[in-house]
Design a protein around this ligand. Structure first.
Ligand code: SAH
Ligand code: SF4
Ligand code: F3S
Length: 475
């Protein structure tokens, strides 16, 4: 995502607006095949794994060879206009596959399906299926309808669907890290954001099913689980059997107790909802990573109010202090939007100021993109010219560059426990992994007998803004 995602290439984490093409094993077991591409956030990626499970039960095997597919699916994102443009472009690229293979079906899933509904069928004439995020269970029926030449649509949102009983098929599978969805939807109504409209009301998944899925992953050899939700800290699920309400802090603890060998991460926290209980739980367990993604969006109180973020800069700063007090070595990253409606140069400088105050290790930075139907699009004028938005973004990216570099330089000389998740993309003689703070570290393989999925102690000798470079110390 060009300059929007500073260091994203080295920090190859799945975030909003990025495409993810899964690596799929065993494509030859099935007669019919589906090919799926996921765009957007980790929630979408996790949903694609639920979709894969539903389709596999119907006799469709996953393939990463698009030419072999009987069904092409795009799991889409609407967060910014550019995300939707990418999907439209991709859909037109599918035209050649449609003309070459009769009976080939093309389906749009996810947030863009939800936002545009049947309009997508009219606008993008080659689409056969449109299925919203809460309607994946109806995929088999919709595929049958589409096979008879009808256009098939289901974009009903649900108040209780969490796909709790569906066992996701892991599509990427480095077999080390997996996403586990713990809640769906969002009730926050940040004025710029389309998610409450595309994903519906917030609901939490049955804690027993989350625990069961996590145990199963650990038993299959996974070493790291990321608990997913748009706002994980408001997780709240009532166990009707013993009438006990499970909070996010309790859920985190339950997952951490599966094994000290299983790392636990989570994403995303809304600053207003992250409690001391959660912070103390992170501090208590070594295997809960000391890393919090805490989106600020803007550092100016007036803009924060227009955004409906419900906190002030002073409140946010106090939260950062509290995190550092309870978890001294906690990594903190953020999301920033610049050029929101009415944002002045002084307001923009407040954002720069809070970035420096918070000393973010990493940031996802965007300029405002008006989304139809959101509160901001109805109430405020998108009045900052694109050139100016880009200028402000460049400044923000530059500030973050220095903060990331400084943060990494501070780690030189330290030794970290790294979970090895693969080879370095740049040099196959190096292993790559992450530390507790979610920073990427690389180190020379040599002949230590290290395997993917091992935890190793690595001493850091140098760095770039996106990567720590070190040497193996011990297992
Ligand atoms: N639920 C998460 C984030 C979801 S969207 C949270 O609240 O943290 C991810 C990020 O995309 C947001 O944090 C925001 O920075 C950005 N974003 C959302 N809507 C946007 C818009 N209309 N224009 C630009 N960026 C946007
Ligand atoms: Fe969007 Fe705000 Fe909900 Fe995040 S918390 S998904 S930014 S409405
Ligand atoms: Fe995009 Fe939907 Fe996620 S809009 S960021 S895919 S929730």
């Amino acid at each position: 995502m060009e300059l929007l995602d500073l260091g994203a290439k080295e920090h190859d984490e799945l975030r909003q607006g990025e495409a993810y093409k899964p690596f799929i094993k065993d494509p030859n077991l099935y007669k019919k095949h589906f090919y799926i591409e996921s765009y957007g956030c980790a929630m979408n990626f996790a949903d694609s794994e639920v979709v894969a499970s539903i389709l596999q039960d119907q006799g469709f095997g996953a393939t990463n060879n698009i030419g072999e597919a009987d069904l092409i699916l795009l799991n889409t994102c609407s967060i910014r206009e550019k995300a939707e443009q990418t999907i439209r472009k991709r859909l037109t690229e599918f035209r050649k596959f449609k003309t070459n293979k009769s009976g080939l079906l093309v389906g749009v899933l996810g947030c863009m399906a939800e936002r545009l509904k049947s309009k997508l069928l009219e606008e993008e004439k080659l689409v056969d299926l449109v299925v919203g995020p809460d309607a994946y269970r109806s995929l088999p029926i919709l595929i049958e309808e589409a096979e008879t030449g009808q256009k098939a649509v289901n974009v009903l949102l649900s108040r209780d669907e969490t796909y709790a009983d569906i066992s996701p098929i892991r599509l990427d599978s480095n077999s080390v890290s997996a996403f586990v969805s713990i809640m769906r939807g969002c009730n926050n109504m940040c004025s710029f954001c389309v998610v409450p409209f595309t994903r519906g009301r917030e609901r939490s998944r049955d804690a027993h099913s989350i625990l069961a899925e996590s145990i199963d992953l650990f038993e299959k050899g996974y070493k790291e689980i990321t608990l997913l939700g748009q706002n994980v800290d408001s997780y709240y699920w009532i166990d009707e059997v013993n009438t006990h309400a499970v909070t996010f802090a309790e859920l985190l603890e339950k997952i951490a107790l599966i094994s000290p060998q299983l790392r636990v991460r989570f994403s995303t926290s809304h600053p207003k909802d992250i409690t001391d209980d959660v912070l103390f739980t992170i501090a208590k367990y070594d295997n809960i990573c000391n890393y919090i993604h805490l989106p600020i969006q803007s550092g100016n109180n007036r803009v924060l109010q227009l955004m409906n973020r419900t906190y002030t800069r002073e409140w946010y700063k106090a939260k950062v202090e509290r995190i550092r007090e309870i978890i001294p070595d906690c990594g903190i990253s953020t999301d920033i939007i610049c050029g929101f409606c009415t944002e002045t140069e002084e307001d923009h400088q407040d954002t720069i100021d809070i970035m420096k105050y918070s000393r973010y290790d990493y940031a996802y930075m965007y300029f405002y993109s008006e989304r139809p139907g959101t509160l901001a699009s109805k109430r405020f004028k998108d009045d900052i010219p694109e050139e100016e938005k880009k200028r402000r973004l460049t400044e923000i990216v530059d500030v973050q560059y220095h903060l990331s570099l400084k943060s990494n330089q501070n780690d030189i000389g330290k030794t970290f426990r790294i979970l090895v998740d693969g080879e370095s993309k740049k040099d196959a003689n190096f292993w790559k992994g992450r530390n507790d703070q979610n920073k990427v570290a690389v180190f020379e393989k040599k002949n230590h007998g290290i395997l993917i999925g091992d935890y190793v102690q690595v001493k850091i000798n140098s760095c770039t803004k996106g990567t720590l470079l070190g040497e193996f110390v011990s297992f």
